[in-house]
Design a protein around this ligand. Sequence first.
Ligand code: MG
Length: 368
Amino acid sequence: MRITSIKVYQVKLPLHEGRYAWADGKYVDVFDSTVLQIQTDAGIDGFGEVCPLGPFYLPAFGPGARAGIGELAPHLLGQDPCQISKINHIMDVALLGHPYAKSAIDMACWDVTGQALEQPVCRLLGGRFGEEVELYRAISQRPADEMAGSVAAYRSQGYRKFQLKVGGRAQDDIARIRAVAGVLQEEDTLIADANTGWLAADALRVANAVSDLDIYIEQPCRSYERCLSVRERIRLPFILDESIDGLEMLLRAHSDRAMDVINLKISKVGGITKARQIRDLCVSLGIPMTIEDSWGGDIVTAAIAHLAHSTPEAYRFSSTDFNSYVTVCNASGAPQRERGVMRASDQPGLGITPNWGVIGNPVAVYGS
Ligand code: MG
């Protein structure tokens, strides 16, 4: 099988809540998502999606994804999309870094391969563990009482894991955490995600002030070293996200005992192939994972479900269903949340069918 064309689409993803806000006053009102279509001489089309969390979360932004795909596409035309390790090698030789630009291509190759083999991607990634994947809900940063109200509302929809967007003033964040803890039950999971927004002293103040609670602290500071210095001085369980941008950082952090859980985002590490490599290593090392992506619509949500569902349950800390946050549906067949859980599709490939009414016309076409 050969890749005959690569088509790129830009899809705007507005939010049901209107705005998603996190540390340092950062927010996004409408996400800039890129959908990618690989066409083949076998008549099989594969789809991928990459959606950065705005231009200031990771070193990634919407137009950058599309420019990176444009740089890579000429190297991929004529290649076999089912030889996915080779596709990744070609991409890494052709373009240094820019993992997010490679992610949608890698995802589309998994979709093609699954369709060619008539198997859902989760089976190709190792199998299906359990009946369902538990989800967390990210709680946009707002005043403490509004965040507690938001958690109570999502809890009534079935979520049992909540990731609070903190990373503001220490006193405000302590109030946010305490307000939310007050509406949770014993079986619920609470994460305070500062998204690099705290200086070390702020992180220590907040962690010390809520040390009586059953709570995880996620990525308090910008640099890995500062996160490690906080980790060494607090007792709460600790998650690294932004700092774990690839295999080498995972190995270093594991060696430093720098975290208890990692956040594994598909596009942060360059696609499903590299995320699977990190996932498998985490299982061997005994490190649970939040398995997700930076953001996205139905195609990203489908990919998350396949990667998560093919991970042993003990190592699935949580995942999320981005397609329930956004107001438009870019594909049918993606997992739909039911009472705080989702399931990977049983259909071949990612199990999605593009919604052309939303995806529209390509903004770039490579090949014939
Ligand atoms: Mg995070």
